[in-house]
Design a protein around this ligand. Structure first.
Ligand code: NDP
Length: 234
């Protein structure tokens, strides 16, 4: 049986690129989606990661269809940008709840099986702004920085069970999330990137595929930037 992988938010953007990359490497891949149709050729499970019952139901569906999840990619995430002085408590808490709380819910549900089997790969998708900070994104940056402490704690908890937990910190990637930024802001960002361009989603996906592979067996608790040099030194 091929390895069972699950990518949250794998219905579009970076998550879809990751799901396709893992599938091309030979995994059976399931993706979560909330609305619309799941992508063709991948098992779609409807799931809002802010709801533990939906997370549990999604895992059960994946387990029945392709076996216990052995590679988990917590990719789903949202932004609700606003300067702190104007940021509502709901906009702060809901971003934390999706980006960090969602990772907690799916990782918690996945580790039981991984610990029992004494093998597993968890990759969390953070962001360069988790370490650099970003004006207008205090909620998002806090959630992405939180993933680093979360991953490193899990790496310590699960190392003896041969489960690795790593973080990928993308810079700016061409997806819906960045397309909505004003053009002047996009140009400003490009000027700060040593490689002078945004990443393609596939470039993030290839790093995730590596961390989820046997070749990365001795890497855990790492934060791997895939950001064109934007976050160097952080
Ligand atoms: P998109 O906005 O294109 O996609 C976001 C994905 O997350 C969608 O699949 C969406 O599902 C899913 N999602 C959001 N909220 C929930 C929820 N409550 N439950 C289940 N799924 C949810 O974003 P990207 O592909 O650009 O981003 C993917 C990840 O990469 C995010 O964590 C983001 O923070 C991170 N990242 C992105 C960067 C970029 O430049 N684009 C840079 C650095 C990090 P649905 O379709 O149902 O809404």
């Amino acid at each position: 049986m091929t390895r069972s992988a699950l990518v949250t938010g794998g219905n579009r953007g970076i998550g879809l690129a990751i799901a396709r990359e893992l599938a091309a490497a030979g995994d059976s891949v399931a993706v979560t989606y909330r609305s619309g149709e799941p992508p063709e050729g991948l098992l779609g499970v409807r799931c809002d990661i802010t709801d533990s019952a939906q997370v549990d139901a999604a895992f059960k569906q994946v387990e029945e269809a392709q076996g216990q999840v052995q590679a988990l990619v917590a990719n789903a995430g949202v932004t609700k940008d606003q300067l702190l002085a104007l940021m509502s408590e709901d906009d702060f808490m809901s971003v934390l709840d999706t980006n960090l709380g969602g990772a907690y819910r799916v990782a918690k549900r996945a580790v039981r099986g991984m610990m029992r089997k004494r093998t597993g790969r968890i990759v969390l998708i953070s962001s360069v702004v988790g370490l650099l900070g970003s004006g207008g994104q205090a909620n998002y940056a806090a959630s992405k920085a939180g993933l680093v402490g979360f991953a490193r704690s899990l790496a310590r908890e699960l190392g003896s069970r041969n489960v690795t937990v790593n973080v990928v910190a993308p810079g700016f990637v061409r997806t819906n999330m960045t397309a909505s930024l004003p053009e002047e802001r996009q140009a400003e960002i490009k000027n700060q990137i040593p490689l002078g361009r945004y990443a393609e989603a596939e470039e993030i996906a290839k790093t995730v595929r590596f961390l989820a592979s046997d070749d990365a067996a001795y890497i855990t608790g790492a934060v791997i930037p895939v950001d064109g040099g934007l976050g160097m030194g952080h």
